[in-house]
Design a protein around this ligand. Sequence first.
Ligand SMILES: *[C@@H]1O[C@H](CO)[C@@H](O)[C@H](O)[C@H]1NC(C)=O
Ligand SMILES: *[C@@H]1O[C@H](CO)[C@@H](O)[C@H](O)[C@H]1NC(C)=O
Ligand SMILES: *[C@@H]1O[C@H](CO)[C@@H](O)[C@H](O)[C@H]1NC(C)=O
Ligand SMILES: *[C@@H]1O[C@H](CO)[C@@H](O)[C@H](O)[C@H]1NC(C)=O
Length: 938
Amino acid sequence: MVEALISVLLEKLASIVFEHTKQAVTLVLNAEEDVHSFRSNLEAIQAVLEDAEKKQVTEARVRDWLQKLKDVSYEMDDVLDEWNTEILKQQVEEGKKEVCFPTPSINCFCFGQVNKAIHHHKIATRIKKLNEKLTVIAAEREMHGFHPSTIGGHDDQQLIQRQKTSSLVDISKIFGRDEEKEMLLSKLLRESSQEGNLVIPIVGMGGMGKTTLTQLAYNNEKITTHFHKKVWVCVSDPFDEIKIAKAIIESLDKNETQSSSSELETLLLRIRSHVEKKKFLLVLDDVWTEDKTKWENLKLQVIMQSCAQGSTILVTTRKEGVAKMMRATSNMIHLDKLSDMDCLALFNSFAFLDREEDEANGFGAIGEEIVKKCKGLPLAAKTLGSLVWYKKKKKEWRDVLNSKIWELEEVEEQVFRPLLFSYYDLAPAVKRCLLYCAIFPKDYVLRKDNLIEIWMSQDYLNSKENKEKRRIGQNYFENLAMRSFFQDFRKDEMENVYECKMHDIVHDFVQSLTKKECIIIDAAEGANEKIEPPVDKVRHLTLTSVSEGLFSTSCYGCKNMRTLTLLDSSITTISPSSIMQMKRLRTLNLSYNIIHEVPKEINELIHLRYMDLSRGGNLKELPDALCDLYNLQTLVLVHCYGLEKLPEAMGKLINLKHLYLDNCWGLRYLPKGIGSLKSLQVLDWFKVYEGDEALKLGDLGIMDQLQGSLEIRGLGNDAKDDASEIEKAQLGNKEHLSHLGVHFEYEGRKQRKGDEEIVKALQPHQNLESLSIWYCHGTTESLYWIKSLHNLRKLDLTFWRFCELFPPLGKLLSLEILKIQWMENVKKVGVEFLGIQEEEEVSGILFPKLKQLTFDGMDNWEEWAFLSEITIMPGLSSLRIVRCPKLKALPDFLYKIKALRTLKIKGCPILEGEYEKGMGKEWHNISHIPNLTIQKWN
Ligand SMILES: *[C@@H]1O[C@H](CO)[C@@H](O)[C@H](O)[C@H]1NC(C)=O
Ligand SMILES: *[C@@H]1O[C@H](CO)[C@@H](O)[C@H](O)[C@H]1NC(C)=O
Ligand SMILES: *[C@@H]1O[C@H](CO)[C@@H](O)[C@H](O)[C@H]1NC(C)=O
Ligand SMILES: *[C@@H]1O[C@H](CO)[C@@H](O)[C@H](O)[C@H]1NC(C)=O
């Protein structure tokens, strides 16, 4: 942790520019000397840090020394940041942009420009004191006899790119657990008359694969059809009956977001009403408690008696005592060590992914030796396998085998040792990013983009080459994922990973490394959960279940806190006095609270870089003072539907990169000032609005770094000249934009004439991956440019009610998902859809990548006819045709598509007759499709 902190700090120190000019010369001279001395001390220390980091695992003295070093470094970092903020402030106030900042970043500090001499005197004094402290620390290092490390061991970007597809696979195959799997499935699928309702404990030490096995069963198709209701709850420690009951209800009833009641009895009755007489499968993952009263209070076994026969509670636990306590030892499934052979197979599947030839070349033999050290633990085999995948030399493999880490007695859990290996192998900056994840509770879903933005807010994503920070974050994320620190990846429709989790052991591991710095406390537990002193060592604090009043007491004294997150909380205000206590915050997450006001004192949080106020439905406006947060990079306001306006002065937020506003329904317009934020990278929502106070579409013209998603609302008022504004917006230059969504005004019967011109002017950059256009009154001829979007993977055209022809899409090489809805005037679909001329000779394949196709609400569509000699949509796997009452037949080519696995026809009376199961004339042509649904519209 310290390593990365120091290397970033050194970079900052190195980039200070001393300008010996005019004012405050004395200050500059004083500070300059101290800064130089600080820097050289720090460099001397840096040389032994790697050794120190390793020694601290076992030596308390070294731990203390590092702690002191850390404190001084953090403080210096704060001082420099204050200084820099002062400069930013001056810059904004005087409108003196780019005086000495080539880019508005922290990479350049200028002395001399700032003339607040008193303030500077204070800063200079603080630097002096810090330098004195560091001098002592530097001298102390002699006592510990550290070995200097060889320089340049780590390269920030030492990322070997695996093929993208294979990089983030969870290897879903489970090694050496066939017997246990069979046993588990047969217990779950037992005849219901047999043995009534069961509790089945799965017991094994950490890292043995209990959760993996359970997931495999839980997601098994047979299990899914066998049970009427399934619920998965992560329990962990402490065992909190109310929380568990709430989690079960939330999972059973999606409508129930925040269960209002906190009465256990009431909650249990609600659970019961959902599962009564149903066959119910409940998984309680990672149970620790052996306390019988707690378990009996929860009355799950009582509830199970009201369920249908065959209902089951599946429990995973590291302790056999838990199974005893539940009186379920007779059904216990014990997960023991894997055999060396199975362990090796698992190890090899990671270690030799995409490099099989190495296995034969002698690496395999070393691998076998390494696997013996895994002692049959699957998690260990997986971690080490992912680690050595990076190692291309045999010597490096042997180093793993012969390392001293295997002998560490002090490491708490056996399975931590392989994790330590992987951890030491990370570059310092990546280490920090990993450790930061200790602020999240167990089993927490990590959103990739959020994670990258909060790493950024903590200043973890710096690089000498000044590469774009988001890219660096992306690399770090992939690095951690490939080394198996992350798992359970979730991908969106287009196969991009957007979420993941941490294995609970990995979570234990990072928490063990960040004990005093990252703390999670449950505020509702009150007195029992006070932070252990020293509170000033807490840097990242997560509070759960905070209600009014508990807030300020819970974080009392954490004055060095850099991150504060409130989860499952419901505070209504954040008082000025608590703001004054947390002046060092970089990251503040108040999402999901019911805050109705942000006090103007918010501008005291001068270091703040990330603020999440999302889902604050009571928030009507934000104070102007918010615009004094010159370091703010990310502002998340999504789902603040009560928000009516944003502060006018937002142009002062010169470091703002990400502004998230999606679903702020109440917002009438965006303030004009945003138009000066040239380097904005995310602006996910835009609303067209007349009036000089509002940002215009044309103002987006200079924001050529926009990326991710952009939704434009409210286009198409004939009185305005939207087309020329769109032209000025220069969407064609936004090469990083991946999604563009355009919503015209919804308008009844009358056709707007101007839409046509607007669509023509929309032409996006050819890198665009996803496009949706709703409520357009134009024809698809205006989409003439769509042929040039070679990277378009997803297209959604909805409510083009005056349009009679489909757009030409057959030659879009990347198109995977296509939705066409409510084109009510289309009668016939023919070759124009394929993008070819009637008489054209076609070579190659049309719709080569299309996988999912949906037609919905096509009231007048009668005929779908294509030439049949051409290969069309060979990869189509899912077709949905809904509410097309006049459609007479499906085209023949569909019958021949081998990939087609899902066909859904709903609310199409003619087709329903033609394709009726067993009866319809055409039934035999589609009966081979495995997932077939033909339904009336009810
Ligand atoms: C959720 O609420 C909506 C509207 O209140 C209702 O139509 C729907 O049936 C509810 N769903 C469940 C699962 O209760
Ligand atoms: C912020 O908090 C909300 C819930 O309170 C959570 O869903 C979200 O993931 C958090 N964001 C980050 C970046 O931690
Ligand atoms: C569809 O099935 C009918 C009856 O089995 C058959 O006569 C017809 O030729 C099939 N159509 C195609 C295109 O295969
Ligand atoms: C089967 O089709 C339905 C829609 O009709 C879809 O939701 C479901 O995911 C499909 N199942 C599989 C296994 O493809």
